[in-house]
Design a protein around this ligand. Sequence first.
Ligand code: 13P
Length: 232
Amino acid sequence: MLIAGNWKMFKGPAETAGFCLELRRADVSGIEVVVCPPFVSLATAVQLLAGTDIAVAAQNVHWDADGAFTGEVSAPMLRELGVYGAIVGHSERRQYFGETDETVARRTEAALAAGLSVIACVGETETQRERGETEDVLRRQVSVLPADEQLVVAYEPVWAIGTGKSATADIAQEAHGFIKSLLDVPVLYGGSVKPDNAAELLAQPAVDGALVGGASLDVDSFTAICRASIRS
Ligand code: 13P
């Protein structure tokens, strides 16, 4: 069971330090926990979580090792910081920053080749679900991902992200089962995971963990979700 917190564009280095010190004191032993701060806060998180089992991942990674790519950060640079992995292809990057299946594939391959773990995000929009296109969308998004021991997929239905409207446990189980039929990797669920719905979602046999957004920004709610994973 893997519980990852995607902080999105929240918490600079000072807030990150406070969060990590508090997280160190919380009991999350026996759970695979990852925090994903913004780039500028990665070094602080790595330093303050050193010596714990809590890992630190980035929210994006470029496909080249270096070059004229203003605003991008490469896999070797993240490795140098002591970062363990990266999220790739989050729907917010697909929606606002022109991320495509092709760029998701390039980022994923480069990150894996550099020794980073990857959490690759897939998921349908509300319109696609209403039109019965969910499986087609998932098939297309998953088809570009390589089978790799360091790859985890996160199923994040776009209509459930930041809306408070989580997928039902049945919807998550069905989508995860479909993704696993395409690619044999662990699949995390993401989209309005909160302390009060985490146990039910995580109890589904095809749900291997969670990618938590809003509820990962507060140590108490994040650790409550982490602990729910033990009971599931
Ligand atoms: P919320 O948990 O805020 O819905 O965000 C989910 C998400 O996008 C995690 O990557």
